[in-house]
Design a protein around this ligand. Structure first.
Ligand SMILES: [Zn+2]
Length: 250
């Protein structure tokens, strides 16, 4: 017969196993939410499957008054069309900046209304974040396809489920040259990290809406170096089309 101490010991072991399993599940879900090159549902695009030297420059957040003019000017000087993932709350207060981006021929994408983490949002809140921003982008007169880029590149179940139901492609990236760690993001390092990681079909993530920050200062050099390595530039929609063409050829 088992003594009560043996029974207690067995119960403790069972609870330890349950706690370990729960921790393992939580850790796996945490890593999945952080992995911007995987999602449970729907279309996800983070790089093109192509051999041609073509990349997309993508710019997140804003629009802001500080960032929009200079980035439009730099891209115009180099005859490049970029892709801008914008936040509804900024489109709402500065629609004229979105008009400037559209008039300059750039692609516009949805980067949520509030830029809050969407991993634990409920269905209704996810729908609000996506739809209010889509409506604002359409309200400014944008007619192109509108893809979605999750804030911080994070998603888990409800967001990708919602997007897949609506037929909206999630766009993330494969080259992320900024770290946002104090003092680590000099323009030289941003250029260096971009050139070290870029490959044909890359989607490059940049933040230029903070005005005269390191990334905006790095941008002309990034473009010049990529061009001298033989790279051309496309919008994300163009890159997706090139990737599909190449996949059907295989
Ligand atoms: Zn963002």
């Amino acid at each position: 017969m088992k003594t009560s101490t043996q029974r207690q010991f067995k119960a403790i072991k069972v609870w330890i196993v349950i706690a370990c399993l729960a921790l393992l599940v939580a850790y796996t879900l945490y890593q999945t939410a952080r992995n911007h090159q995987f999602q449970f549902f729907g279309d996800l695009f983070y790089e093109a499957n192509i051999n041609a030297k073509v990349v997309a420059l993508t710019f997140d957040d804003g629009p802001s008054r500080k960032g929009t003019d200079p980035v439009i000017r730099i891209l115009r000087e180099h005859n490049i069309k970029g892709t801008f993932y914008l936040n509804g709350r900024h489109i709402e207060t500065k629609p004229e900046l979105v008009t400037q981006l559209i008039d300059a021929g750039h692609e516009i994408g949805n980067h949520s209304y509030s830029h809050k983490r969407m991993v634990f949002m409920g269905y209704k809140q996810v729908a609000n974040e996506v739809e209010s921003t889509r409506a604002l982008i359409r309200g400014v007169g944008y007619e192109g396809k509108i893809h979605f880029r999750p804030p911080y590149g994070k998603n888990l179940f409800i967001l990708p489920y919602y997007l897949s139901k609506k037929g909206i492609t999630t766009v993330t990236w494969d080259v992320e040259p900024e770290t946002f760690n104090q003092g680590e993001d000099t323009p030289e390092l941003i250029v260096k990290r971009t050139m070290a990681n870029v490959k044909p079909g890359s989607v490059i993530l940049l933040h230029v809406m903070y005005g005269d920050g390191s990334t905006l200062r790095a941008l002309p050099e990034i473009i010049t170096r990529l061009k001298s390595r033989g790279y051309d530039f496309a919008t994300v929609s163009e890159l997706i089309a090139l990737s599909r063409e190449n996949t059907t050829k295989d």
